[in-house]
Design a protein around this ligand. Structure first.
Ligand SMILES: [Fe+2]
Length: 193
């Protein structure tokens, strides 16, 4: 059993009884894995990204228990210690633990994104949250424009939420040629005048 799968199972147990939260991090992890691989992250950064995606929302439950509230700030405040403890218990390397804890403590902060692991974690979380929160198309577009940096993340957002804008018509090549011919004709008419 890989260490990553052990972490996955530990997170399922941590959120036991809460299928929605388990399915949330499962989706975020999967998008993060795909985007990371497609963006050619080095092995270590990919590893950190995947571990962080699994535990990114670990602060929700303790924030709820402590404060009866789980806003982004409280999640960021409560999450890192729990992430550290879980990863330590599974024997993750100290530098991996440190970066994952940092990402857990910052994943609701969108200024000063200081690495592709951070950027992709945020994009994957947004891709899932747009859907889970039922955000409208215009708000999604504006958010993607503001936050997303990777081509893979942008393409997934487009294909999932507003594909019509980018679909080529079946006759796009002919249409293009026709436009070109029209344009040449217009120029010709203009020149003759
Ligand atoms: Fe999340």
């Amino acid at each position: 059993m890989s260490r990553m799968n052990e972490l996955y199972k530990k997170m399922i147990a941590f959120d036991k009884g809460d299928a929605k939260r388990i399915q949330h991090f499962t989706k975020v992890h999967n998008f993060a894995r795909l985007i990371g691989q497609e963006e050619h992250l080095d092995e270590k950064t990919q590893y950190i990204l995947e571990a962080a995606a699994l535990v990114h929302d670990i602060g929700i439950r303790p924030a709820m228990e402590k404060y009866g509230n789980c806003n982004g700030k409280l999640q960021e405040q409560e999450g890192p210690a729990y992430a550290e403890e879980m990863l330590k218990g599974l024997g993750f390397a100290p530098d991996v633990i440190e970066r994952v804890a940092y990402l857990v403590g910052h994943h609701h902060t969108y200024t000063d994104i200081d690495g592709l692991d951070y950027q992709i974690l945020v994009e994957a979380d947004f891709l899932v949250n747009y859907f889970e929160d039922g955000l409208d198309e215009e708000s999604i577009k504006a958010s993607v424009k503001k936050i997303f940096r990777t081509e893979t993340g942008k393409t997934i957002a487009r294909d999932m939420f507003y594909p019509e804008e980018f679909q080529m018509s079946e006759t796009w090549a002919q249409d293009g040629l026709q436009d070109l011919e029209d344009w040449i004709e217009e120029q010709g008419i203009y020149i003759r005048q």
